[in-house]
Design a protein around this ligand. Structure first.
Ligand code: 5GP
Ligand code: ZN
Length: 113
C-alpha cells in the first residue's frame, strides 16, 4: 500500500522510533511544530478518524495511554502538552493514516489558526 506511515510501520522508511508495541509505534515528527513533537501511530492502516469502527475503541485508548506515558518520560507532563488528531482537509490532515500528535515543550497558543 502506498501509505507513508504504513511504510514507517514496516520500517521501509526510516524514522526516529521512540516506542513500539504490538499495535502502536511512536516516532519524532520530521518537521516539528514544537520543541517536542511525537506521532503515535497504530500499526493498522486506518485512513481517518471517520473510519474508526467499534472494534478500534481499545486501540484509540491505547494511543492516548501511550501519549500519556511518553509525556511523562519526556518530562512535559506537569508543564502540559497537547494531543491532536487532525481529520480531513479542514482539520489539516496531510497523512491519511491516523496519528495522534503529542506536542509540547513550550507554552502553546489557543485557539489554533
Ligand atoms: P497531519 O497534518 O496529517 O496531521 O500530520 C502529518 C505529520 O507527519 C506532519 O506533522 C508532518 O511533519 C509529519 N511527517 C510527514 N512526513 C513524514 C516523514 O516522512 N517522517 C516523519 N517522521 N514525519 C513525517
Ligand atoms: Zn497506512
Amino acid at each position: 500500500m502506498d501509505c507513508l506511515f504504513c511504510q514507517i510501520v514496516s520500517k521501509k522508511v526510516d524514522s526516529d522510533i521512540i516506542y513500539e508495541d504490538d499495535e502502536i509505534i511512536a516516532f519524532s515528527d520530521i518537521n516539528p511544530k514544537t520543541p517536542i513533537h511525537k506521532l503515535i501511530v497504530p500499526r493498522k492502516h486506518i485512513a481517518t478518524i471517520n473510519d474508526l469502527s467499534a472494534d478500534d475503541t481499545l486501540l484509540v485508548g491505547n494511543m492516548i495511554q501511550t501519549a500519556r506515558q511518553l509525556a511523562g518520560e519526556l518530562n512535559i507532563a506537569d508543564a502540559g502538552y497537547r494531543l491532536v488528531l487532525n481529520t480531513n482537509h479542514d482539520g489539516g490532515q496531510i497523512v491519511y493514516h491516523i496519528h495522534l500528535h503529542l506536542l509540547g515543550g513550550r507554552d502553546l497558543t489557543w485557539p489554533p489558526g
